[in-house]
Ligand binder design. Structure first.
Ligand SMILES: [Zn+2]
Length: 149
């Protein structure tokens, strides 16, 4: 009688072990997938055409252009009509699907040669956040959007 019972207990233990193992491996798998995705995002490259019309592929993740008055232009109709320039190489990842689908790469331009262009609100916001890590959203109009606390 005891042998039968202990066999059931053993069986239960095995089942439970398998359950927790598969649970763990699922968590591991999800972690691995997330790590791979993060790696992919961090390694992703974007095409840029520099001022000498040379094409390059450069890492885009959080890359911020800050030197020599250089800025980034995306040559689609919307951006050209609205005269927008950018400073983050991965900014386009945040655009609407339609605009993103049209994105081919950046053209690097000297800001001083651009007339009446304005910085993209997203890029401006990221720059602001970087230099004001404790900033909180306090309003709606962009220029009063943040208050450094
Ligand atoms: Zn931007």
């Amino acid at each position: 009688m005891n042998i039968f019972k202990s066999n059931i207990e053993k069986l239960k233990k095995i089942i439970n072990n398998n359950k927790s193992e598969s649970k763990e491996s699922k968590i591991d798998q999800a972690k691995k997938q997330e790590e791979e995705k993060n790696k992919e995002i961090k390694e992703k490259k974007v095409r840029i055409i520099d001022e000498n019309n040379q094409e390059q592929e450069v890492k885009q993740f959080c890359q911020h252009i800050t030197q020599n008055n250089m800025v980034l232009l995306a040559e689609n109709e919307y951006e050209q009509a609205n005269k927008i320039y950018h400073t983050y190489l991965d900014c386009y990842e945040d655009w609407s699907d339609t605009l993103k689908a049209k994105f081919q790469g950046w053209k690097v331009k000297d800001k001083r040669k651009l007339e009446n262009y304005k910085k993209c609100a997203r890029c401006q916001e990221r720059e602001y956040k970087e230099s004001h890590p404790n900033a909180k959203i306090t309003g709606y109009s962009f220029h009063y959007y943040y208050e450094d606390l």
